[in-house]
Design a protein around this ligand. Structure first.
Ligand SMILES: Nc1nc2c(ncn2[C@@H]2O[C@H](COP(=O)(O)OP(=O)(O)OP(=O)(O)O)[C@@H](O)[C@H]2O)c(=O)[nH]1
Length: 400
């Protein structure tokens, strides 16, 4: 790890040498290399600025704001601190797909976890909140986000609420569950976990669970939206780590399997289960652990990007550049990105994930002695160019 951390230093000094313009643009893309006793924070230019400043873009995409010294690289304290942050699960899914039903299942089951709930209700009346509150004594706390979809203004409320939970109730709950409104594109709420320090420092996104209504989903997935408007039902599936095709009691087997095919065309990397009334094992939805990349190994996406390459990356700066460029140019189209990297000089696996322009990564566990050192990156999005992605990534590999 020491060498890998050193590799971040040139990026930092290059950014510093660019002076204030480079620093000013540091806002959208955030790279965090969590390591012992320090963290690096890097950022790339917002899209508009970048487009207007090609000369800057061609020189440097990342500006890193944390200091690093040779001493940092001495390897004196190279253990990664345990990640004690509170896990959070996002439950999403279209209107009526069974989110509250699943939430009640979670809250009333015997798992020994103390759960704080954040409900996002569209409109004035917090119907879901009362449904949950009425049915359960299991929730440690129920908080309501009543202002509509989880974007812009409500995201600020969410940050405040999580901050309050952490400040006032830390130690009194073990897990946070957030139920989004059925009309929400979950991207802004997912981004909150990486973009907001108040949240990132104490809470980690454990996973996104998407409920799909076996009877009505097709209707919503097929819905044509005006240009520039996202189809929320598609997005909710695209962002999922776990998918629950719910209400299978209302349809026949061929209908379920054709829906599953449809879902697989949108997101092939999420685990999928069928259920009635959201009844799934709780370890399917809680304690997902985010970076479960082993399961991607046999994935090939049609129309979506997928990479599996066996080699070692140059120390990370080159990959920083590539990912920075990629997100500057394609962040609208990259819904989700997850990766496991084998970096030259770094004895740990480096894992990362991204949601549009937000990117977060850190060294994880050590590579095992006989473990093949592979690189895997999965992209979920639209209009992704496999050849371009593969070439960009291959250029970051050590030439042996
Ligand atoms: N038949 C059947 N009904 C279900 C199932 N799961 C949930 N329901 C019912 O479907 C209705 C909607 O379920 P909710 O859990 O409120 O769905 P939701 O996604 O929270 O709904 P919104 O908050 O409106 O987005 C309720 O009447 C549930 O009892 C199921 O598997 N089968």
């Amino acid at each position: 790890m020491a060498a890998a951390l050193c590799s971040a230093s040139p990026a930092i000094s290059t950014a510093a040498s660019l002076g204030s313009p480079a620093r000013r643009v540091a806002s959208l893309l955030r790279l965090r290399l969590r390591a012992a006793a320090r963290s690096y924070s890097a950022a790339a230019a917002p899209r508009a600025t970048a487009t207007a400043a090609p000369s800057w873009r061609s020189r440097r995409r990342f500006a890193a704001s944390a200091a690093s010294t040779e001493e940092d690289c001495s390897g004196a304290d190279t253990m990664i601190p345990p990640d004690n942050r509170i896990p959070a699960t996002i439950i999403t899914g279209f209107l009526g797909s069974g989110k509250t039903t699943l939430l009640n299942h979670i809250l009333t089951a015997h798992h020994g976890k103390r759960i704080a709930v954040i409900e996002n209700e569209f409109g004035e009346v917090d119907i879901d909140g009362s449904l949950v509150a009425a049915q359960t004594a299991g929730a440690e706390d129920i908080m309501m986000l009543n202002n509509g979809c989880l974007c812009c203004t409500v995201r600020g409320d969410l940050v405040r609420m999580i901050g309050e939970l952490v400040n006032k109730k830390k130690g009194k709950f073990d897990h946070i569950v957030i139920e989004t409104t059925g009309l929400a594109n979950p991207a802004p709420i997912i981004q909150t976990f990486y973009a907001e320090d108040v949240v990132f420092n104490d809470v980690k996104l454990d996973g996104v669970v998407t409920l799909v209504d076996a009877k009505h989903a097709r209707l919503h997935l097929d819905e044509e939206k005006p240009k520039g408007i996202v189809n929320e039902a598609v997005q909710q599936i695209a962002y999922a780590d776990r998918i629950i095709v719910n209400k299978i009691d209302l349809v026949n087997e061929p209908e379920v399997s054709s829906l599953v095919d449809r879902i697989r065309g949108i997101n092939r990397m999420a685990n999928l289960k069928q259920a009635e009334y959201g009844k799934v094992d709780l370890d399917y939805v809680l304690g997902i652990g985010g970076f479960d990349l082993e399961r991607f190994i046999s994935v090939i996406f049609l129309g979506y990007g997928f990479l599996l390459l066996t080699s070692i990356l140059h120390a990370l700066m080159q990959a920083d550049m590539w990912l920075g460029n990629l997100l500057l140019e394609h962040s609208d189209d990259i819904y989700r990105m997850k990766g496991l990297l084998s970096v030259s000089g770094m004895p740990q696996r480096f894992v990362f994930q991204g949601v549009h322009d937000i990117f977060q990564g850190s060294p994880e566990r050590m590579w095992e002695t006989n473990e093949p050192r592979i690189n895997k990156i999965v992209f979920i999005g639209r209009n992704l160019n496999r050849e371009e992605l593969e070439k960009g990534f291959k250029d970051c590999l050590l030439k042996t």
